[in-house]
Design a protein around this ligand. Sequence first.
Ligand code: SF4
Length: 352
Amino acid sequence: MTAVTLSQSSPGRRGDSFLSVQDLHISFQTEDGVVRAVDGLSFEVEKGTTLGIVGESGSGKSVTNLAILGLHNRDRTEIHGEIWFEDQELTGASRTALEGLRGNRIAMIFQDPLTSLSPYHTVGRQISEVYRKHKGASKKEARDRAIEMLERVGIPNARTRVDDYPHHFSGGMRQRVMIAMALVCDPDLLIADEPTTALDVTVQAQVLDLLKDLQQQTGTSIILITHDLGVIARTAHQVLVMYAGRAAERGTVREVLGEARHPYTWGLLSSVPRLGSPVDVPLTPIRGTPPSMLNPPSGCPFHPRCEYVRLAGPELCVHQRPDLSPATGHGDACYLTPKQKQETFAQIKGRP
Ligand code: SF4
């Protein structure tokens, strides 16, 4: 499937893309200096598909999506590049224009619904208010819509529960309420930032299946931000692996998880348990820690943690920044040769 295409550099808006992020750079001032959180990131999403963005904390995945929503601190954040949502460019959009999009055509769900839902109001009121604000509906229409949405996300007795407060719901049910609120205006794009991290495994699977079902019904595109490759495998069509504010690898789920080419992706895959592996086989964590984006490494940002610098050539890895290649389809930003990537990944896959 080629519904989502990603490229490292492609100036100018692509004609048929639904969301197009092009050569995005985001930096912001902190007390310790300037953090260069995103450094030349490009990707595109088309309608009705899910793009999974995976990476460790600090890889720039959440910052990118806050910029799409215009939720960054405008006084302290510098953004270069372009974010096109259909024919509207968002990095230069006014606050009013972004407010008109947020919650309406672009919605977001967060890891912890308790931080997004007000404890002082019933869930019905909170869902209704979003609908009234963007659709100009009457109180009755908005309440009926809130009940309909609670039913759609599988809240039993929605007609009664619409008058409950968030603390009356379990964690999984609260996440369903958040999804109902996010989808109440039938958004074109849903950004889900670690939506299931706080849930136990069974509830996590239910919520992911719910998102998939709702996507099939409504055609909403989803950007799913996660550090969990299992969530990507279950939910996404396409994957973007981010490291140090840049794209390390991208492609379809089958390509990136089944034929991984970048040493960072290999590291992520080696650090999750595999079905069928003996329980006494230790997992292999990625050595070292993610870089400080106050002072990112030279060359390939992964080089201080990479086992393959010697194989690819230190003069390249340490001094020259690799770009994502090829420009479309399954691509990676690594100097190893295709043969080296293939052979090394085959060895990694062969480990118990
Ligand atoms: Fe490792 Fe070099 Fe490839 Fe970067 S370019 S991932 S340092 S081998």
